[in-house]
Design a protein around this ligand. Structure first.
Ligand code: UGA
Length: 471
């Protein structure tokens, strides 16, 4: 199909429309659907025909609350077109937004090959005044380096970067309520054109240079990862001193300079973003001659949390896991998603299976994805079936459904009454009342009392560093 190429696109100060979004993955799909729903005409371009077919049938390829409803609506309203041809996708487009994957290379650097290919393919068909936008997460300096790919008929197309802040499981909500809109580039008018796309949102706007915008994206994820690893180290200290990490997090997080969010102690961070971005930022720092020790420590602490959790399970079962049946509640890297990339579940379950345990797992939505990477694990959609005959129940993902389980019923189905909660998410009183020993992260173990009431395990903390008597 050939279309006439218009020579200029007037910048009339209105919202740019139509636009092209390249990549129907997590970020691209949510962004395209969100912008289409806000009134912009969006062409969503992808090279994956299967994915496009599924989308045309108004089915979302990812589990994300609200996404499928919105997808159906914008397709019916004709605001979202699904394109497999870059010529069609770019015809008259004022903006082209590249939102393709930047998976890790073996050494942790971000693989930019998809970004390069996607950018080249749309730049080749862009109108001369179109603005190219990098939405993918790219290392500092990348957007500057990509400029040569944005030449069309001897003319330089304008290129800016606009990082995303969507979290899986709440991506549609986050799209409508972002903490900020960040746009980086040398050309102020190009940045402002992209900003107008998001002007319907009630969010602060930050326009800066492209490298700073790229570092803001990494900085947010890296800092949140540091927060998680910080509270997990504090959890260690809580176990050693007899303190309770949930109280500590409440108190530390009450200081508005710190904040309570991302102080959830447990199995640490997983997913397709924090682990990948932390390594990529570390690699970028090394490339520029700087060792980012703080970030490396956060990654190391995060890895240790998974091993510590397995050690807790092993200790609870008196050291020998061979032939023991363990029921794992949760497979997704966090609630609200079916994504198991870099999920704690994968490491923990593999580790348990390597030690001879038989693992049964349950998750509301992530079983199909997890089955591909955990071939030995028995999968149960019904958590009550999963716990049948278990020597220990271990909580890996804090789905609200697990908190609501009938623990008296669970108690009747298991072989031993042991729960190891890797996310500190269960109601300790409820599970102990049902007869379980409740082991969690950074808190005292609680055991059911033979008489009325509940026994809290004596922690036998180390003697205090400063003796009061000697003062
Ligand atoms: C993260 C960021 O939160 C988003 O802002 C960002 O846009 C996204 O990465 C990205 O770069 O695309 P996401 O990975 O979807 O989003 O999920 P988070 O809610 O941030 O959780 C990440 C991991 O940290 C999860 O494994 C979660 O279980 C863990 N976590 C989170 C904790 O262990 N403790 C907490 O207190 C919070």
């Amino acid at each position: 199909m050939t279309r006439e190429l218009s020579t200029s696109i007037p910048d009339d100060g209105g919202r740019p429309s139509p636009i092209c979004v390249v990549g129907a993955g997590y970020v691209g799909l949510v962004t395209a659907v969100g912008l289409a729903d806000s009134g912009v005409q969006v062409r969503l371009y992808d090279i994956d025909q299967e994915r496009l077919t599924q989308l045309r049938q108004k089915r979302s390829p990812i589990h994300e609350p609200m996404l499928e409803q919105l997808l159906g609506r914008v397709i019916e309203q004709g605001r979202l077109e699904l394109c497999s041809d870059p010529v069609v996708a770019m015809h008259g487009a004022h903006v082209a937004m590249v939102a393709v994957g930047t998976p890790p290379l073996a050494d942790g650097r971000a693989d930019l090959s998809q970004v390069r290919a996607a950018l080249s393919s749309v730049a080749a068909h862009a109108e001369p005044h179109a603005v190219m936008v990098i939405k993918s997460t790219v290392p500092p300096g990348t957007t500057q380096l990509l400029r040569p790919l944005c030449r069309r008929n001897g003319r330089q197309l304008r290129l800016v970067v606009c990082p995303e802040f969507l979290s899986e499981g709440s991506a549609v909500k986050d799209f409508h309520h972002p903490p900020q809109v960040v746009i980086g580039g040398d050309d102020r008018a190009a940045c402002e054109r992209v900003a107008r796309l998001f002007e319907f949102l009630d969010a602060p706007l930050l326009i800066t240079d492209s490298t700073s915008a790229e570092l803001i994206k990494y900085g947010v994820n890296a800092f949140l990862a540091l927060k998680i690893s910080f509270i997990n180290e504090m959890a260690q200290l809580c176990e050693l001193t007899g303190a309770d990490v949930e109280s500590v997090a409440d108190g530390v997080g009450a200081d508005p300079r710190i904040g309570r969010s991302f102080l959830g102690a447990g199995l640490g961070f997983g997913g397709s973003c924090f682990p990948k971005d932390a390594r990529a930022l570390d690699q970028a720092a090394s490339y520029h001659g700087h060792s980012f020790w703080l970030l490396r420590a956060a990654v190391e602490v995060n890895a240790q949390q998974r091993s510590r959790f397995v050690a807790k399970i092993q200790k609870a079962l008196r050291g020998n896991l061979s032939g023991k049946r363990i029921a794992a509640l949760g497979l997704a890297f966090k609630p609200g998603t079916d994504d198991v990339r870099q999920a704690a579940s994968i490491d923990v379950i593999r580790h348990l299976e390597d030690m001879g345990a038989i693992v049964a797992a349950s998750d509301p939505v992530a079983i199909p994805n997890a089955t591909r990477v955990l071939p030995l694990t028995e999968m149960f959609a019904d958590p009550y079936e999963c716990v049948r005959g278990a020597d220990a129940v271990v909580v890996v993902t804090e789905w609200p459904q697990f908190r609501e389980l009938d623990w008296t019923r669970v108690a009747r189905m298991v072989r031993r009454h042991v729960i190891v909660d890797g996310r500190n998410c269960l109601d300790a009183d409820a599970v102990v009342a049902a007869g379980f020993t409740y082991i969690s992260m950074g808190r005292a173990t609680r055991r059911p009392s033979t008489k009325a009431g509940v026994a809290v395990e004596k922690q036998a903390p180390a003697p205090p560093l400063v003796s009061i008597a000697s003062e």
